[in-house]
Structure formats: structure tokens, C-alpha cells
Design a protein around this ligand. Structure first.
Ligand code: HEC
Length: 153
């Protein structure tokens, strides 16, 4: 009888311990999971661009984009070094076209609500501001970034 009671006690003790372990593990993986679920290549950001799939690289747009970039962005951005804002090389490999366009067209709301933009703000501590860029111009700048990234391969 005593042995039986002891076994029950031992079994329930063991199951409590393993339950506890399970819970601990799932909590940890849950935390890691929330970070891992933000896959930047699935984020479209917040703004006027809901869906955009660039076609073949358009050289003429890319060179217009480069001019606009040098005029309106280069005070804060270089391609290869961080200045006020991040270095933008490899941008098209780490962000979706929609996210990039929304960041250019709608930076204030992006910095308020988009998790990736908020992370950047926490690092760079300066708010990117809207540079009076039209949607067409933003797409030309995107074309410049695509050209830049494709020429590095
Ligand atoms: C006043 C300085 C400033 C200007 C001007 C500026 N940016 Fe930014 N940009 C930033 C900062 C700082 C960040 C990082 C997020 C933050 O802290 O606002 C950023 C972030 C970005 C990002 C996200 C980078 C990444 O790694 O995901 C892109 C894309 C971008 N800027 C493009 C542009 C373009 C294109 C222009 C010109 C139309 C421009 N920026 C003009 C300061 C600026």
C-alpha cells in the first residue's frame, strides 16, 4: 500500500516536473518565435503602396532615381556607409519593394507603427522625414536601389 502511494506520488511529481519543463520550453520558444515571425521579406509596411511587383530593370528610371537620391536623400544616406540613416546597399535583398516605397512615401507613420522601422529608429535615433517624393519618383529611386544591388552580384 505504502509502495503504491509512493509510486503515485512519484509519478505525479515526475509529471509535474515534466509539465513544468514543457511549459518552460514552450515559453522560451514562444518568445524567440515572436521575433522570428517578423520576416522582413514578408512585410509590406504601412502607406499608399499595397502591392507592387517590379518588372525588368529599367535603366532610364534607375538613373533618374540616382539623381533624385543624390538630391534628396544623400544628406542622410550613403550606399556603403551609415551616415544619419542606414547604409542602403543590399536594401532590396532585405526589404520588400512595397516596404521600401512606403518608407520613402510615408516615413512618419512607418516610424510610428511599423515594427522594422521602429527598430531602425531605436538604433539611429533620428526620424526620417518625407522628402516630397511622388509615387513615380519613389519607384525610380527603388529602381536605382535594384540596379545597385544587381550590379554587386
Ligand atoms: C533627415 C535624414 C534622412 C533623409 C533626408 C532621408 N532619410 Fe531615409 N532614413 C533616415 C533614418 C534616420 C533612417 C532609419 C529610421 C529612422 O530612424 O527614421 C532611415 C531609413 C531609411 C530606409 C530603411 C533602411 C533599412 O535599412 O531598412 C530607407 C529605404 C530610406 N531611409 C530611404 C530614404 C530615401 C530613398 C530618402 C530620400 C528620398 C531618404 N531615406 C531620406 C534618415 C533620412
Amino acid at each position: 500500500m505504502i509502495l503504491k502511494l509512493f509510486t503515485i506520488f512519484l509519478l505525479s511529481f515526475l509529471s509535474l516536473v515534466s509539465l513544468g519543463n514543457c511549459k518552460g520550453n514552450s515559453d522560451e520558444s514562444g518568445e524567440a518565435g515572436t521575433e522570428a515571425t517578423i520576416d522582413p521579406m514578408k512585410q509590406k509596411g504601412i502607406g499608399p503602396i499595397k502591392s507592387f511587383t517590379p518588372g525588368e530593370l529599367n535603366e532610364a528610371s534607375a538613373s533618374k532615381g540616382k539623381e533624385i537620391f543624390e538630391m534628396k536623400c544623400s544628406a542622410c544616406h550613403k550606399m556603403e556607409e551609415k551616415v544619419v540613416g542606414p547604409a542602403l546597399n543590399g536594401l532590396t535583398t532585405r526589404r520588400t519593394p512595397e516596404w521600401i516605397l512606403n518608407m520613402i512615401l510615408n516615413p512618419t507613420e512607418m516610424l510610428e507603427k511599423d515594427p522594422i522601422a521602429q527598430d531602425l529608429l531605436a538604433t539611429y535615433l533620428t526620424q526620417m522625414t518625407f522628402q516630397n517624393i511622388s509615387e513615380d519618383e519613389a519607384k525610380q529611386i527603388l529602381e536605382y536601389f535594384r540596379k545597385y544591388d544587381s550590379s554587386k552580384k
